[in-house]
Design a protein around this ligand. Structure first.
Ligand code: NAP
Length: 325
């Protein structure tokens, strides 16, 4: 994580307005939250963004982003998020770098409690995202964005003609491995069991792909390298034997955790903990909306999160026009 960029962002943020009541409070400051705030502010809705502990979201942990339209030469993830933040502020939104610890959506105006303050809002957009699960191997954090990736669609094209490793045995792992074979020399799937959790169709596609090799009953113990990943140590959990593999990169695909703990009991979540939507971006509580990876476990892209942010903001504006003002 580039802490200097975050420190610079924090230093530039505005202090809270005197009033703590807003037309709309947006929880989360990734592409979904910033885009929603740009739209609600432009629509003259007084907007507060509460950024959480990682302002900028997952893109703050990425290096180059090549697939966000508008940047012909690509852009670094933290630079993209800094630009989104500046644009959000220019549109007139207030941004607070604080963490939401509790919410009360039982009655309107809704209450949002942070570590420092309590805020009220006529409408809320939840844009808290999801966090990729970590495998817990030694070196995983050190080499994050230096050969360890949690998104093949985002980073796969940077690994042309290399030996790659994918951790996981679900649909995501199969999909990512198959996608990576477009670029990689070989893709090694490391799975902790002797059978896959993935659907039959995805298993069949992976088994048919001659570039994919399976390593069963195996876990990744350690990730090593200098400036970027060059080796992983794999341990067979039935024999306890270890093997060191020379690799160019590791893709972790063992699922995501939606950041919804604080909303349990307040809005409907699905069985995996994602926000359950109805009627586009509306949640089970009238006046509370959601945007981005916090409800979308299918696409998980910066551009789709931004698009959901736009949609939620338009729905909020309509809701406020019809119900409140
Ligand atoms: P998932 O189905 O929960 O699979 C996670 C995989 O990671 C499992 O194989 C699990 O192993 C393994 N795993 C979990 N924690 C681990 C750890 N600490 N160390 C090593 N391995 C670990 O997650 P997903 O693959 O991301 O899929 C999420 C949902 O999206 C699923 O419903 C899936 O069907 C859907 N999806 C569908 C498609 C598609 O149809 N094209 C594509 C992507 C996702 P075990 O098997 O041992 O538990």
């Amino acid at each position: 994580m580039d802490f200097s960029v975050q420190a610079e962002i924090r230093a530039e943020s505005k202090p809270p307005e005197a009033t703590k009541k807003f037309d709309v409070v947006i929880i989360g400051a990734g592409p979904a939250g910033y885009t929603a705030a740009i739209y609600t502010s432009r629509a003259k809705r007084e907007t507060l963004v509460i950024s959480g502990i990682l302002p900028g979201g997952q893109l703050m942990l990425t290096t180059e982003v090549e697939n966000f339209p508008g940047f012909a030469e690509g852009i670094m993830g933290p630079d993209l998020m800094t630009a989104m933040r500046k644009q959000t502020e220019r549109m007139g939104a207030t941004i607070i770098d604080d963490e939401v610890v509790n919410v009360d959506f039982k009655r309107s105006p809704f209450k949002i409690l942070t570590n420092a303050e309590e805020y009220e809002a006529d409408a809320v957009i939840i844009a808290t995202g999801a966090s990729p699960r970590k495998i817990g191997a030694r070196g995983e954090q050190e080499f994050s964005a230096k050969g360890v990736s949690y998104c093949a669609t985002c980073d796969g094209p940077f690994f042309k003609n290399q030996e790659l490793v994918v951790a996981g045995g679900g649909d995501s792992a199969m999909e990512e491995a198959i996608f990576l074979t477009k670029f990689a020399k070989n893709v090694h799937i490391i799975h902790r069991k002797d059978k896959l959790r993935a659907s039959k169709i995805m298993q069949d596609r992976a088994f048919e792909n001659t570039k994919i090799k399976f390593h069963w009953n195996s876990i990744i113990e350690e990730i090593r390298g200098k400036e970027k990943v060059s080796q992983v140590t794999i341990k067979n959990v039935t024999t306890n034997q270890t093997e060191v593999m020379d690799v160019g990169g590791l893709f972790v695909a063992i699922g995501h955790e939606p950041n919804t703990k604080m909303f349990k009991g307040q809005i409907e979540l699905d069985e995996q903990g994602y926000v359950a939507l109805r009627n586009h971006t509306h949640t089970s509580v009238e006046g509370v909306f959601a945007a981005g990876d916090v409800h979308d476990h299918r696409y998980r892209q910066a551009i789709t999160a931004a698009a959901f942010g736009c949609m939620a903001a338009i729905d909020v504006d309509r809701y406020l026009s019809e119900r409140i003002k």
